[in-house]
Design a protein around this ligand. Structure first.
Ligand code: GDP
Ligand code: MN
Length: 438
């Protein structure tokens, strides 16, 4: 139990970001779509705005702020929680050596001490990879010892094409394990999009989960209804509460929240949510690309792909895969493709140290000849530092010019550009050249 764990890291439920989506979408990484996630302390505010009960909490951005925040809890027990956009904080560790991103504390001095070991350091959890993620703030919350921990999530379910509420009375441990070992312990309830979650249905779910009395059942049902309201009104793609707890003093409280929003909807429908984005928690290269209007996604293969248009991006990745290769990343250069954009594109694509580049750009609005010129200019700019083969398929408007420009370049120092116009042949060559560099 938590109270007996003293100051040891609290190990609760691990993979916040992925566990619900893992169950519905078939594995982490299956979904390449990016969602806006917001920090726990901001999520708590949003829950409270919807009348959802949470332990009282205060964020702090420095050890001194943490000290002051802790004083306002009047000597009651607290938890200090690293604000890092990743699940599994409880079981994570800092590059400063501190174990655990969630700790039970009693005094303002402890708050200051922990904050100084968390803020400015990177938290490594099983969701962040070895690089970890910078912690720029902590959250202090009143410690409301849980008598029992539950799991609740709202997601869109592809199979039923409806929002679903997923609930389990076995929170506080990996929900994937529960799903695998004891699927009956997970209750999935489809929700009518228009009608929303009815109170009576919410109460049914609460009764199935089991609480100590009718009072908590009603509180839980009420929480489910409000969580769904938030989910729908804010264009969320994921609301995951783990744990939702019945505290020893008999209240139903959301003790952790992982909220994800539909990136596209947020941009124009949810300006207040868009403001909550924290770029320090995102991949720096992807953020830089986004600022320039380029869409850059990192993958884990060894062929860098430069394309224009989302459809061509998907087709390019498919054809690389069909030919036995694996994309290292893809960058959608969009409509521009001038030399500056091309240079930035190269910089980003090469950051993954791919073994070959596959440029598959269609000349529609922009002419292929122009794209070829930008490509050659960017290639020249990297030729002295990089050793790489580039397969260039520049079809479309003025493609003959494009071919001439590229043949004119041929190779320079470490860079060789191969113009290939047939899609399959181009992909095959990219795969072959990457493999040759083993
Ligand atoms: P995660 O590891 O990133 O999912 O972080 P959590 O916020 O879920 O914290 C890990 C564990 O710490 C939870 O499963 C709870 O057992 C415990 N915990 C989290 N928040 C509180 C709180 O406000 N009060 C108490 N007493 N325990 C908490
Ligand atoms: Mn959690």
């Amino acid at each position: 139990m938590i109270s007996s764990m003293g100051l040891k890291p609290l190990g609760g439920l691990r993979t916040r970001a992925s566990m619900a989506s893992t169950m519905l979408r078939g594995g982490p990484g299956a979904a390449q779509k990016r969602f806006l996630s917001i920090h726990e302390y901001l999520s708590m505010d949003l829950l409270n705005k919807y009348g959802i009960a949470t332990p009282r909490s205060i964020p702090a951005k420095s050890p001194e702020e943490a000290f002051k925040a802790a004083q306002s809890f009047g000597g009651k027990g607290m938890v200090i929680k690293a604000q890092v956009l990743a699940g599994g904080r409880g079981k994570g560790h800092f590059d400063s050596g501190l174990q655990g991103g969630v700790h039970l504390i009693k005094t303002p001095e402890e708050a200051r001490d922990y904050a100084s070991k968390m803020i400015g350091n990177k938290l490594i959890t099983k969701q962040t990879g070895e690089a970890g993620r910078i912690c720029n703030a902590v959250m202090l919350a009143e410690a409301r010892p849980p008598a029992h921990e539950y799991y609740v999530a709202l997601l869109n379910d592809r199979a039923s094409q409806l929002p679903v509420l997923i609930a389990s009375n076995q929170g506080g441990m990996s929900i994937e394990d529960v799903a695998a070992e004891n699927p009956d312990a997970i209750i999935t309830t489809p929700i009518d999009f228009e009608k929303g979650l009815e109170q009576s249905k919410a109460l049914e779910i609460a009764k199935k989960l089991g609480f100590s009395s009718e009072k908590q059942e009603k509180q839980a049902a009420d929480t489910f209804v409000k969580l769904y309201k938030l989910f729908k009104e804010k264009d969320a793609t994921q609301v995951e509460i783990n744990p939702m707890a019945e505290s020893k003093d008999g209240e139903v409280l959301c003790m952790d929240a992982k909220l994800g929003f539909d990136d596209n909807a947020v941009e124009f429908r949810q300006p207040d949510i868009a403001e909550l984005r924290d770029p320090t928690q995102e991949d720096a290269d992807e953020v830089e690309a986004g600022k320039k209007g380029l869409n850059f996604i990192k993958l884990d293969g060894d062929i860098g792909c430069l394309v224009n248009g989302a459809g061509l991006a998907m087709a390019t990745m498919d054809v690389v895969k069909l030919n036995g290769g694996n994309p290292a990343n893809f960058l959608d250069i969009g409509g521009g493709a001038d030399a500056e954009a091309m240079k930035l594109a190269f910089k980003l694509l090469l950051s993954a140290k791919p073994k070959a580049l596959f440029v598959n750009v269609f000349g529609g609005i922009v002419s292929s000849g122009k794209v070829a010129e930008s490509l050659v200019e960017a290639a020249k700019s990297i030729a002295d530092d990089v050793n790489i083969d580039i397969v260039a398929r520049l079809r479309g408007n003025q493609e003959a010019d494009a071919k001439k420009v590229i043949e004119g370049f041929g190779s320079s120092s470490g860079v060789k550009i191969h113009p290939v116009f047939d899609l399959d042949e181009a992909a095959q060559l990219a795969v072959k050249l990457a493999a040759a560099r083993g």
